[in-house]
Design a protein around this ligand. Structure first.
Ligand code: AMP
Length: 397
């Protein structure tokens, strides 16, 4: 079975064709600048040179047509015919309070995705355009929507409700949803599988640390709590997002600087986080680590603040689950930054966490990095959201 995985953004469309026989990636690529001058498709096939096409892509439909043409191109393609694609899996940001799981797309599903435009104004419209482009160019092929919020729907009301007047929950479904759900779902399940955790011992904390960062606590692959909220702004300090701030900060700065709440939210999303704490040095942890080594105190502060928030969140989840059986690190920083993993784990010594410095040197593969006498086992588990989407697609299509 061959599954096409689509991640459509407002002006971009990423894709992967995965052969589910062996879960191998046959081709992947990216359409950039859709609807803007200078559109470009970059198509990659393992073992071949990249195929780049610069052609106008006024809409997602044109982008999708170009992707299909590349997939069946005699020289650069991997398929004889588009009909070899059995199903399409779509990353969809927000399923609101309706979808707790992935679902096969029909008119009702599209209506809900549309109703959630308010909750995911940048992503949901683009995700829907991706679905409709596939329906237009591959009629009859099943489309599956995999929601980034679905994993967080496992939370109990005491974890997802904000302590604000009930009417806002009733009227607008203002609650904590959590994001990076596809990654948390994949990594928590992969940790259970890789670590061979027996039933009753499947309390897993996943630290997804990348440009966007979030942590989840789950039991048996079901989310107990997760650090992002109504939007991805809540929780940890991130590359350019502030994470948790007292809402009064927003009012204070808006009043004193004469800016709108919208402008303030842009600042909190795009100009804050470690980028802000490092005095504008960088949102990239490699630059910050380098900066700290060279004596840059602001870079050191940014790294320390990030670490502190991660440790507090993991500590909170340890309390919430009365301990944990495994902690898994994933995403750009979690998979690659051995020093960050070591520093975080050193601060979890109180819980009996102990890592083996030799094992911690690895990157980019499933590996247990805890010492044999660690009370909680610790892992690096690379995330693979595309594969998670493809697996869900096979399950439902
Ligand atoms: P992601 O959003 O998952 O792609 O993660 C991106 C982030 O991972 C970058 O901003 C870097 O800060 C971080 N990263 C990637 N590679 C490394 C590395 N070797 N050491 C430290 N941080 C890294």
């Amino acid at each position: 079975m061959k599954v096409l995985v689509i991640n459509a953004g407002s002006s971009s469309l990423k894709y992967q064709l995965i052969d589910m026989e062996d879960e191998s990636v046959k081709a992947k690529g990216l359409c950039e600048r859709i609807g803007i001058e200078g559109s470009r498709l970059t198509h990659k096939v393992p073992g071949k040179e990249d195929f780049v096409q610069e052609k106008p892509m006024p809409t997602h439909n044109t982008a999708m047509e170009m992707v299909l043409a590349a997939l069946v191109d005699p020289e650069h393609g991997v398929l004889k015919n588009v009909s070899e694609i059995d199903a399409i899996g779509h990353r969809v940001l927000h399923g609101g309070a309706v979808y707790t799981e992935s679902i096969k797309v029909n008119d009702d599903v599209k209506r809900v995705i549309r109703e959630c435009f308010d909750l995911g104004p940048l992503h949901n419209p683009a995700n829907l355009m991706g679905i409709e482009a596939c329906e237009a160019s591959m009629p009859g092929v099943p489309n599956v929507a995999v929601f980034d919020t679905a994993f967080g729907m496992g939370m109990e009301p005491f974890a997802y409700r904000y302590a604000i007047p009930e009417e806002y929950y009733e009227k607008y479904k203002i609650r904590r949803y959590g994001f990076h759900g596809t990654s948390h779902m994949f990594v928590s399940r992969e940790t259970i599988r890789f670590a061979n955790l027996p039933e009753g011992q499947r309390r897993v904390i996943v630290c997804h640390m990348g440009n966007g960062s979030s942590i989840s606590a789950s039991v048996d692959g079901k989310c107990v709590d997760t650090s992002m909220g109504l939007t991805p702004l809540e929780g940890l300090i991130m590359g350019t997002r502030s994470g948790d701030v007292d809402p009064a900060v927003v009012q204070f700065i808006c009043d004193h600087e004469g800016i709108s709440v919208d402008e303030m939210l842009t600042i909190l999303n795009k100009k804050s986080g470690v980028l802000a704490l490092s005095g504008g040095l960088s949102s990239d942890f490699r630059d910050l680590t380098e900066g700290e080594k060279n004596g840059n105190e602001k870079a050191a502060l940014a790294l320390a603040a990030f670490r502190h928030k991660v440790v507090k969140t993991v500590g909170g989840y340890l309390a919430a689950m009365n301990g944990a059986d495994a902690i898994a690190f994933t995403a750009g920083i979690g998979e690659n930054d051995a020093q960050m993993r070591a520093d975080i784990c050193a601060k979890l010594e109180f819980a009996g966490v102990k890592i083996d410095p030799e094992k911690n040197k690895v990157r980019g593969q499933n590996v247990e990095i805890s010492a044999p006498d660690s009370k909680i086992r610790v892992f690096v588990i690379p995330t693979n959201e595309e594969l998670a989407i493809a697996r869900e697609t096979v399950r439902l299509a």
